[in-house]
Design a protein around this ligand. Sequence first.
Ligand code: ADP
Ligand code: ADP
Length: 223
Amino acid sequence: MIEFINVTKHYPGRHHVLREVNLHLRKGEMALLTGPSGAGKSTLLKLLLRLEDVSRGTLMVNGVDVSTLGRRHIPAYRRRIGVVFQDHKLLMDRDVFNNVALTLQVGGLTGRQIQSRVRAALEKVGLGDRAQDLPAVLSGGEQQRVGIARAIVHTPEILLADEPTGNLDNSLSTEILDLFRDFHHHGTTVLVATHDQSQVNRLGLPVFHLEQGRLHTPEEDKA
Ligand code: ADP
Ligand code: ADP
């Protein structure tokens, strides 16, 4: 489903940020992406979203060669992916419902369809009764749940998260990562960048570890 084949990335005027990365994640699998700050985790996720271009190598996602995907195909490709950020990027002047509905408003759905999908997404993250609230009255963990509802409301095949628990305490981090695992159990392919070692140990999921742009795969670690 996700396949990085000898992927190298450099930003203009900089040394390689990712070097010859090989990463394979099968459909429905969940894995964690770890490594110190600056190791290249966000860059790897940005390549998957085609927010950045691959410099060398091939990136395949469910049969699509993302490394050579033409500009006009990128928006449709991105709609197959849901993404959650550390700072959740909620619009503070819109209520929870409208923050989540945002992702659907380009899709040509009727108001009634949007209504029922947003309700279902909010139920899944345990916020079924908070649709009318503004983000400011929610706790940090609840705000992050809104971010997750927004990421999954269009039922993406792939769910990516960049340090989704970076601002949360340990018990909230556990709740949020368990929520990601629920989506994985329902068939979504999930890749989460995190530096939270206690969660890495607890979850017992495959770990891809980046150090200075080089990836150490779960297979290598076992060998
Ligand atoms: P991580 O997410 O693991 O902290 P990043 O992917 O954000 O790592 O960054 C990896 C390296 O690439 C860092 O040295 C960072 O400064 C550099 N970098 C990230 N984005 C850019 C950019 N747009 N232009 C130039 N350098 C960048
Ligand atoms: P930074 O590391 O500089 O904070 P981010 O990776 O958080 O940058 O996000 C870069 C920009 O790309 C943001 O404005 C974000 O909203 C946008 N973005 C991220 N994912 C998608 C997506 N799937 N489709 C469209 N835009 C996206």
